[in-house]
Design a protein around this ligand. Structure first.
Ligand SMILES: *Cc1c(COP(=O)(O)O)cnc(C)c1O
Length: 360
């Protein structure tokens, strides 16, 4: 068996020790004589898994007491609708920052429920940066301000928490939650699908300030009501127990790595090395303004785009997978989440240098 260096954007790499533990517990989890997939979600063992994973997440991110932590289904995409359904209350407008493909999708879905005003839009710059906050327009009568902390496709990441002018701040952190510490108390709501940085597909983390929930727009189904999930400990119906279990193992792994602060240092180091290699050559290019370059998803272009399929094949033969850019933007992309070791990034850089020598 050979495992590759997996640079996929999502679903993406999971630490090998997590996979091995899941493998070793597959037939008999926690002395149950059955796998975690086969037991009741109302059992003592599973309730304890659920409580422990919430406690771990709370301590890793220092989540204040007045925030609820929810484990939901439907991916981040379902949050695009749940957020307006739950947070609009008596308002008719919401403010969104449009900084890439994922914010575009969030806006499109919100427009089903309300008028969206856009605080800033970097489409005319092909999403290669974010305008200074002093140039944003924020409608302070709106229900909330939404932004995408890390644009997985365009490789654009906020280096700061925006000033929402008093509006509840809502953030899509699907591709960078748990990659660095941040002040949760600045937010109204944070959400993330697990399959990028915190586990496998099927479960979505929502962290929401408790005064913001309980006032859904009429016609909202129970399954899309945060307050109902909060009251039932995210077990309004059968939860995705396997995905929840894997998420719990990933949180344990993060603790074993020294927590979010330590991973943030490593993530900085990995990204700096890769950007430095790209910038040092005329053969490779990253189009994003240096202040907004993502530490998680690093798109890069070849001077001669005809060489891209050749590069991908070259990388594949060397055991490096998942480097194709998103179909909407082309090019190449290295996703280097928490589970990508520094050695993987160094291997990629060596390979890029070898390829440039052969084809440059
Ligand atoms: C992947 C991704 C999504 C969509 O996630 P799903 O779980 O597939 O719905 C949304 N936002 C961002 C930033 C993403 O990276």
């Amino acid at each position: 068996m050979t495992r590759v260096y997996n640079f996929s954007a999502g679903p993406s790499a999971i630490a090998e020790s997590v996979l091995k533990q899941a493998q070793s517990e597959l037939l008999d989890w926690n002395g149950c004589g059955a796998s975690v997939m086969e037991i009741s979600h109302r059992s003592k063992a599973f309730i304890s898994l659920a409580e422990q994973s919430e406690q771990r997440l709370r301590s890793l991110l220092a989540i204040p007491e007045n925030y609820r932590v929810l484990f939901l289904q439907g991916g981040a995409t379902t949050q695009f609708a749940m957020i307006p359904m739950n947070l609009l209350a008596d308002k008719q407008r919401a403010v969104y920052c449009c900084t890439g493909a994922w914010s575009q999708k969030a806006i499109k879905e919100a427009e089903i429920y309300c008028d969206v005003t856009v605080a800033t839009d970097s489409q005319s710059d092909q999403y290669t940066g974010i305008a200074e906050q002093s140039n944003w327009t924020i409608d302070t009568q709106a229900a909330y301000l939404h932004y995408t902390d890390n644009e997985t496709i365009h490789g654009v990441e906020f280096g700061y928490i925006p000033d929402s002018k008093g509006l509840p701040l809502v953030s899509d952190m699907s591709s960078n939650l748990l990659s660095r510490p941040f002040d949760v108390s600045r937010f109204g709501l944070i959400y993330a699908g697990a399959q990028k940085n915190i586990g496998c597909a099927g479960i979505t983390v929502v962290i929401v300030r408790d005064d913001l929930i309980g006032n859904v727009i009429s016609g909202t189904p129970s399954m899309l009501d945060y307050s109902k999930h909060a009251k039932q400990g995210s077990m309004l119906n059968t939860p995705p127990s396997w995905s929840w279990y894997i998420l719990g193992l990933v949180l344990e792994w993060i603790e074993s790595q020294g927590g979010v602060n330590r991973l943030a240092e490593l993530n900085r180091e990995k990204a700096d090395k890769l950007y430095a290699a790209i910038d040092a050559s005329d053969f490779y290019r990253n189009p994003v303004h240096p202040d907004y370059r993502s530490r998680m998803n690093i798109p890069f272009l070849l001077a001669d785009s005809a060489l891209e399929p050749v590069f991908l094949k070259y990388a594949q033969e060397a055991g490096l997978e998942g480097l194709k850019g998103h179909r909407s933007v082309g090019g190449l992309r290295a996703s280097i989440y928490n589970a990508m070791p520094l050695s993987g990034v160094e291997r990629l850089i060596d390979l890029m240098n070898e390829f440039e020598r052969d084809h440059g």
